[in-house]
Design a protein around this ligand. Structure first.
Ligand SMILES: [Zn+2]
Length: 410
């Protein structure tokens, strides 16, 4: 019942309006992976299909449905300052961007400014900052940290309203939001309305080339509506009367792009990277079909390995109760029959249950006190770091399993 009224099917491309798609990835019915379940809460969780399709005209990859944001972001707990890596990333971005405008004392607007983590880095470097954050509690938290913030959902209407009371920004920064936006034209219409001739919008999004090449299918979840190549970013910018003027390739989130959108001529780097996307085959269907086959093989291999262990009476648990780990385990349809628990260092998650699978989330102490024979590392992108931190578990005879990009046992 809930599922029927809580999502909309995507029938036209949110960049170019085309209605022909190439569907290529089906991860099955997946719960809302950021909604951790409280002890004693036995209500059935909503599950929604998690499928990706590609627009055959502008090559935007997107989920084929949009879950109602009221359902998706209810009790959304993500607070950006918690991750040290992200904080360092914010500092580097502020340093690099400031170099673009050496003569100016910068005015920066940040869209989806969260708790002010990024805004603070700009402020520390002398910029005047305005945060625009839809979650009222996060906007209030940012204000208490000294960042001027309004609790608003960015749109053209809101942008024009802000324009009446604030000087125009030299820079608009949107680092963790573009992939979540359904109406990109309204989003960019707001940017177009307030951005002066010399100004830039800086957008950061995970890069589809890395998503496919590094087999990061577990970073697909219902919050991530779009999976970008440069081609559709340029297309959507142009439709708003703007231009993709520069691009940086970044390591964060497994491989991301930082797109500079504004007025004026593009740097030659943009054309070079567009040629590269075409040369690698990202404007054709084949690479997507091969990716999909590869993802299914990975699932079959992991499921068969783990059920083999259970058959032999071995015990298994998982490490790192992240959203991406949840996508992987739900896609493989693994549950409490396979795993004893999932251990995680985040205090706020401990004592709750992993969405969909209903695995209890325990502390690292529990893992050390009652270890299982095998431990599947779900945050496989930090595998080496986690392996080092679990030397004690391994010295006691425990074995580590790295599920992706290829199954490895240590
Ligand atoms: Zn399109």
């Amino acid at each position: 019942m809930l599922n029927k009224v809580c999502f909309q099917i995507v029938s036209t491309c949110r960049v170019c309006g085309h209605d022909k798609f190439h569907p290529y990835l089906d991860l099955g019915q997946i719960p809302l992976v950021n909604r951790y379940v409280e002890r004693g809460d036995d209500r059935p969780e909503p599950r929604f299909p998690l499928r990706i399709q590609k627009c055959v005209r502008c090559h935007l990859s997107m989920l084929d449905l949009v879950v109602d944001p009221k359902v998706l972001y209810d009790n959304y707990a993500y607070q950006s300052s918690i991750s040290k890596t992200f904080q360092e990333h914010c500092g580097r971005l502020a340093d690099q961007v400031a170099k673009l405008y050496p003569e100016r004392s910068l005015r920066v607007w940040e869209i989806a400014s969260n708790d002010g983590c990024m805004s603070l880095e700009f402020q520390r470097r002398g910029a005047k900052v305005l945060g625009i954050e839809p979650a009222a509690n996060l906007a209030a938290l940012a204000r208490s940290r000294g960042v001027d913030s309004v609790a608003e959902f960015w749109s053209e209407k809101v942008a024009r309203g802000l324009q009446a009371n604030h000087p125009a920004p030299d820079l608009i920064v949107a680092t963790n939001v573009f992939a979540h936006v359904d109406n990109l034209h309204d989003f960019l219409g707001g940017v177009r309305a307030v951005l002066p001739q010399h100004g830039r919008l800086i957008v950061e999004v995970p890069y589809l080339v890395s998503f496919i090449q590094k087999t990061e299918f577990d970073t697909a979840y219902h919050e991530h509506l779009s999976y970008f190549l440069l081609h559709p970013i340029r297309e959507v910018a142009r439709r708003a009367g703007l231009e993709l003027i520069d691009v940086d390739l970044l390591e964060i989130h497994g491989g991301s792009i930082r797109a500079h959108i504004g007025h004026g001529n593009p740097d030659p780097k943009v054309q070079k990277l567009l040629f590269e996307e075409e040369r690698l085959g990202f404007y054709d269907d084949r690479i997507y079909n091969e990716f999909s086959k590869h993802v299914q093989q990975i699932r079959d291999e992991l499921v068969s390995f783990l059920s083999g262990l259970r058959h032999k009476g071995r015990t298994i648990s998982a490490f790192g109760a992240s959203a991406k780990g949840n996508v992987l385990l739900n896609y493989c349809q693994l549950s409490t029959e396979t795993f004893e628990y999932v251990a995680d260092d985040t205090l706020a998650k401990q004592g709750k249950f992993y969405p969909g699978l209903r695995l209890p989330i325990v502390s690292r102490d529990t893992l050390i006190r009652s270890p299982t024979d095998y431990l599947v590392v779900l945050a496989w992108n930090f595998y080496e770091e986690i392996k080092t931190s679990l030397a004690g578990y391994m010295a006691g005879g425990g074995r580590l399993v790295c599920p992706l990009p290829n199954l490895r046992i240590n």
